[in-house]
Design a protein around this ligand. Structure first.
Ligand SMILES: *Cc1c(COP(=O)(O)O)cnc(C)c1O
Length: 394
């Protein structure tokens, strides 16, 4: 573990010296030294997450030095100012196809003008989190667990973000961590705290440690988890020191957010392996996205690749009806069909639960293919994954 960073830096340097720039690409990441705007960046800077954040891409001018922006993307960037602003870590930018606007990596990061088409039934806060808010930045919906929003910032602003009403907004009403912690302290029913945001790994180690320590001190909190996409969008953030802190206050479960097998790069694998080696249980939540992962073979590949890096697929989410996301949304039948093509056909560990987070605040509702065809007087007619029927008598 100790010298993995060194090895990586060395291999990057070697590659940089032999590579010849090519126009048409089939493999990613692009070596950053081939990109004009990063050509003077040292491997040490590239590996420094603070450098990555400081040099994240926010403007049309910067982005157009990396990819060939379409008019739709240019319009999307222009109109996103201040609303789920564009923010793309240099690392993520090397995964984007410069010539293909349909690139699965690029579409998650670069806004298009379609974000400004509002469709019927879309809402600002579809899951009614604000209504179920117990303190600024604390959502208490289920009996025994709460969602604690630690920051409204992320390394990358995903274009399908369900919390776009607050995430990446400079003038958003600030979260009140003290009030949130007081609420958890005074509610003995809360045994599970999910720290999310925004992305909790945007916080400095000291700040994150302070929060973990305070939550851990609450005796009735027995289960602690963190929701983060940073290991995927900015793997450089996963340092030994961070892993040590997570271990110190552990067990802490981490829910990652992977949407496509292409996100599992060598660098991401290295970050995930460090977390796993520190004994941190890892799950993944995937958002079902049109044109990105709405094909069963892509989802199957993603789930298999996750298991290979010790990440257990947890949920597939139907894309919430949040304003400006219709271009990402599939029919619910698409999700059900994906589960149908996974369950029984591959390892049970590779089958997450497909859920619809009920509009109006009903919580996550599992939606699955129907395997119980009928039930009468203790006689159950069941169907297996091949469609064959079986009778179970109790
Ligand atoms: C998703 C969610 C949780 C956690 O739900 P699990 O099914 O236990 O993972 C808790 N609170 C809120 C508000 C949520 O949206």
């Amino acid at each position: 573990m100790g010298n993995s960073q060194e090895v990586l830096i060395k291999s990057q340097t070697e590659r940089a010296s032999v590579s010849t720039p090519s126009r048409r690409r089939s493999s990613f990441p692009i070596d950053y030294s081939e990109l004009a705007i990063f050509k003077d960046v040292s491997p040490l800077e590239w590996e420094d997450w603070h450098w990555q954040i400081k040099n994240s891409i926010h403007s049309k001018d910067q982005l157009s030095q990396i990819i060939q922006l379409t008019p739709q993307e240019q319009e999307g960037i222009r109109r996103s100012k201040g609303r789920l602003a564009v923010s793309i870590p240099p690392y993520w930018s090397t995964l984007m196809d410069p010539e293909d606007a349909q690139c699965v990596i690029r579409r998650q990061a670069v806004p298009s003008d379609e974000e400004f088409k509002i469709s019927p039934h879309e809402m600002v806060d579809p899951c009614a989190e604000d209504r179920d808010s117990a303190a600024p930045g604390l959502v208490h919906r289920y009996p025994d667990r709460v969602l604690l929003l630690a920051t409204e910032q992320c390394a990358m602003y995903c274009r399908h973000c369900t919390r776009r009403r607050m995430v990446g907004e400079k003038d958003h009403k600030p979260f009140d961590l003290k009030k949130s912690l007081d609420y958890i302290r005074s509610n003995r029913k809360v045994r599970d705290v999910l720290i999310s945001g925004g992305d909790p790994f945007m916080l400095e180690d000291e700040k994150l440690e302070e929060i973990l320590q305070q939550v851990r001190e609450i005796s009735h909190v027995e289960f602690l988890r963190i929701g983060t996409r940073i290991p995927v969008t900015l793997p450089q953030r996963i340092t030994e020191n961070l892993a040590r802190i997570l271990k110190k206050y552990g067990p802490i479960w981490i829910s990652l957010h992977f949407n496509h097998p292409r996100e599992i790069t060598k660098r991401v694998r290295q970050a995930i392996e460090m977390l796993a080696d520190y004994g941190i249980p890892l799950g993944s939540q995937t958002v079902l996205l049109k044109g990105i992962n709405d094909k069963p073979y892509i989802m199957r590949k993603l789930m298999h690749e996750l298991l290979k890096i010790r990440v257990r697929p947890y949920y597939i989410y139907q894309c919430d009806p949040v304003k400006g996301t219709a271009h990402f949304r599939t029919p619910v039948a698409t999700g059900i069909n994906i589960i149908e093509k996974l369950r029984g056909h591959t390892s049970g560990y590779a089958v997450p639960t497909y859920v619809v987070d009920a509009p109006g605040g009903g919580g996550k509702i599992p939606v699955s293919p129907n395997y119980l065809l009928s039930q009468d007087k203790g006689k159950y007619i069941l169907r297996n994954y091949k469609g064959k029927m079986y009778t179970y008598i109790e």
